[in-house]
Design a protein. Structure first.
Length: 319
């Protein structure tokens, strides 16, 4: 395939082969990592719902996931990134990395896993993956630029789609999904903050170091949370519940997070945010196949509006 591409480029007068372009290679690798990472992350709500069906509570699921995941993050660090001395990380960088983990995977995770007890996994994932819109807005403020009329129009499309997704126009659906949808949106804001901080600081300390330190900050917060709430119900979990938890940790947490973190480093926050829009359709499929969750016509329309709006927003921001 590379030879065919090279020959085609030569006919166009382009002597240099595409594979020798490191920027192009990094961008492609970053997009692929983010896409496949997002696909795996899309199964998180499925495993959480299976655990809830077995009798697990959201606090135990959040805490146990973090505690089991943390050693795996640090093992990955020692295998791949140990040449980066942690003591060389500035206090300022360390603070913001710990903050990123705390805000997204302590506070945001608790809010998100609670929301999953009262909202369908397919709706949760769609709302969560509207975060590219928030990333773009945050970066506009960061760069001190005023969003254009076209971007504002696209944002209206996205959030109109979210309105339909949670039940807009259907009072029963809206009453059922409003609280959970609002909580997921709060979690979405925390993920957007994490994404932007990842882009900035992962370039300085390495994506693996960033993720490991961030998850340490989150796990410390969750450890003290469980001490304060005295919730030790996880001790009585069945074998099936522990199997689902291990699957949640490996398939839906650690492996995809490393993939997305590396993808952000190579492709940037905005491009990676667009690549992750593959996750909502996959969650809708898995939720239908495994959990029997279904969307009505207006919710499907809302889903399409959100995804279409995110794509338009990304294209607009890249011009």
């Amino acid at each position: 395939m590379e030879q065919i591409v090279a020959l085609h480029c030569a006919k166009l007068g382009k002597i240099q082969m595409i594979k020798n372009n490191p920027v192009r290679k990094d961008l492609t690798t970053g997009i692929l990592l983010t896409v496949f990472g997002a696909l795996l992350l899309s199964t998180k709500g499925i495993f959480a719902k299976l655990l809830y069906a077995e009798g697990a509570d959201y606090e135990s699921v959040t805490v146990v996931r973090a505690v089991i995941s943390l050693p795996l993050f640090w093992l990955w660090y020692w295998m791949k990134d140990k040449k980066k001395e942690l003591k060389s990380i500035s206090k300022n960088s360390l603070f913001f990395i710990l903050f990123a983990g705390f805000i997204a995977y302590y506070f945001g995770a608790l809010v998100n896993f609670y929301a999953l007890t009262i909202i369908d996994a397919n709706i949760e994932r769609l709302i969560l993956y509207s975060f590219p819109a928030i990333v773009i807005v945050f970066k506009s403020f960061q760069d001190k630029t005023v969003p254009s009329t076209s971007i504002i129009a696209i944002l209206i499309v996205i959030y109109s789609g979210l309105y339909l997704t949670v039940g807009g126009g259907n009072q029963l659906l809206m009453m059922k999904n409003f609280e959970g949808g609002l909580l997921v949106f709060v979690s979405t804001i925390t993920i957007s903050i994490y994404f932007i901080l990842n882009e900035k600081y992962a370039r300085k300390v390495g994506s693996i170091s960033f993720t490991s330190i961030a998850m340490t900050g989150a796990t410390i917060g969750l450890f003290f949370h469980i001490l304060m709430t005295s919730n030790y119900s996880w001790i009585g979990w069945t074998q099936a519940m522990w199997i689902n938890m291990i699957m949640l940790v490996l398939i839906a947490t650690t492996i995809p997070l490393f993939m997305v973190a590396e993808g952000v480093k190579k492709a940037g926050a905005s491009t990676s945010a667009l690549a992750t829009t593959i996750a909502p359709p996959s969650t809708i499929f898995f939720a239908w196949l495994i959990l029997g969750e279904k969307l009505v016509a207006t919710q499907v329309l809302g889903c399409l509006m959100v995804l279409f709006g995110i794509i338009l927003l990304q294209r607009s921001s890249s011009k």
